[in-house]
Design a protein around this ligand. Structure first.
Ligand code: 5GP
Ligand code: ZN
Length: 114
């Protein structure tokens, strides 16, 4: 399915390079970058290159590519403890209306020292 974009969407603008981002991995169907307000060091966002507000609206071919990218980032982070988070709708704490997966590393207590 052809990529879909929304001119007013900040994540669509990031995909197009109209808003700068710290890019991590990019594929035909997926873009990933560091979160601007990280909950921990390395907090990344992984997004399909298809504008949809919620997970169930994303074509399978995009989702099938997005999850392996999240896996690649989790592997590259080198942490064994992390959260993969995906919010749908305001009540579920979604703030940006373009489907995104958070990869949030959970540093161990020893990582916090020094
Ligand atoms: P949500 O609450 O919708 O699941 O998470 C949205 C995330 O997008 C937040 O963690 C927020 O810090 C991040 N974010 C919002 N605007 C920008 C932006 O312009 N650039 C980047 N890199 N992250 C953003
Ligand atoms: Zn969008």
């Amino acid at each position: 399915m052809a990529a879909k974009s929304l001119a007013s969407c900040i994540f669509c603008k990031i995909i197009k390079g109209e808003i700068p981002s710290f890019k991590l991995v990019e594929t035909e169907f997926t873009y990933s970058f560091l979160d601007i307000g990280p909950l921990s060091k390395g907090h990344a966002l992984v997004i399909p290159k298809y504008h949809a507000e919620k997970l169930h609206e994303v074509p399978d071919e995009y989702l099938a590519d997005t999850l392996p990218v999240a896996k690649k980032i989790a592997t590259a982070l080198g942490t064994t403890d992390y959260n993969l988070l995906q919010n749908n709708g305001r009540i579920a704490h979604q703030e940006v209306d373009h489907v995104h997966f958070h990869v949030i590393p959970k540093p161990s207590a020893s990582d916090d020292e020094g």
